[in-house]
Design a binder for this molecule. Structure first.
Ligand code: MBD
Ligand code: FE
Length: 283
């Protein structure tokens, strides 16, 4: 049972490995000028130095920080740490010019290349997968209102225990991960289950910080998506369910009012929801 054996170090190692295998982060910034590097590095270092001065940080506190930072790396939790406490600001800056749908952070658990399931399909799930059945219909359009046929909607989300396939043990590889394509009208219909609220691992370095600071480790239940179409900017978003206790205090600060769904409970116990996406043309 994944609940018994999931560890921060294992999910952290998977997230770190995934990040390295998908991206060439240094190649993308190979042209950065020394002036830019100097400016950014100096600002970050000065913020740390100023904190030490203002708060009169002791040698014991400095050594604890050193040990903690080393442990974040050992646990593979740098992707988690950065995506929880920093990515939301990067996303805000990167998308402030957009006129189409609001997006939010990607987080550490996206995997490219999930199974292609067409415009109407059921995501891969285990027999008797726990959770309320969810039927999600929607359309993808451009900002001028024209439907985008053949747009790609990549969906991934946690199971009813809050675990992601490929980042917790004992879950089939592509469970609750699938890629959908809009039809001629730009529409899609996705059958899945409602995910559970998600608690970031408490037994690793990020969990230790959260406990020591008296914070909580919860994210509200969410569906992750990436929506893309030729000639348009990639939209990365998450969708949330009204009434979730953590919509107002997400540890990752990634909830926006525009990302709240309006689910309609059905007589058969399932829930339907209509939510579409408006993509910005590439600039
Ligand atoms: C998640 O599932 C997530 O979406 C983010 C942003 C951080 C940690 C876990
Ligand atoms: Fe998530």
């Amino acid at each position: 049972m994944s609940t018994d054996t999931a560890t921060a170090a294992a999910s952290g190692a998977s997230a770190t490995e995934r990040f390295h295998s998908d991206k060439s982060p240094f190649a993308a910034v190979a042209d950065t000028s020394p002036e830019r590097v100097d400016r950014l590095a100096r600002k970050v270092i000065e913020a740390l130095q100023q904190t030490v001065r203002e708060e009169k940080v002791s040698y014991d506190e400095y050594n604890a920080l050193k040990a903690w930072l080393i442990n974040v790396g050992h646990d593979g939790e740098w992707p988690l740490f950065l995506d929880v406490w920093l990515e939301h600001v990067v996303e805000e800056v990167a998308t402030e010019h957009r006129e189409g749908s609001k997006g939010t952070i990607e987080g550490p658990y996206y995997v490219p290349g999930a199974p292609e399931l067409g415009s109407v399909g059921t995501i891969e799930m285990r027999e008797g997968e726990a959770g309320t059945p969810l039927v999600w219909t929607g359309a993808v359009t451009s900002v001028d209102g024209s439907p985008l046929a053949g747009a790609l909607v990549e969906l991934w989300h946690a199971d009813a225990d809050g675990f992601y396939s490929q980042f917790a043990p004992g879950i089939p590889e592509w469970n609750l991960r699938g890629n959908f394509r809009t039809d001629d009208q730009g529409r899609f219909e996705i059958h899945t289950i409602q995910p559970a609220p998600y608690q970031i691992p408490t037994d690793g370095s990020c969990g230790k910080l959260i406990a020591a600071a008296g914070w909580h480790a919860w994210r509200p239940a969410h569906l992750h998506v990436k929506v893309s179409a030729p000639g348009h900017e990639l939209l990365t978003a998450q969708l949330y369910f009204p009434g979730d206790a953590h919509n107002d205090d997400d540890i990752a600060s990634a909830v926006k009012p525009e990302l709240l769904l309006d689910p309609k409970p059905q007589d058969d116990g399932s829930v339907t929801v209509d939510y579409g996406f408006v993509l910005d043309p590439e600039r």
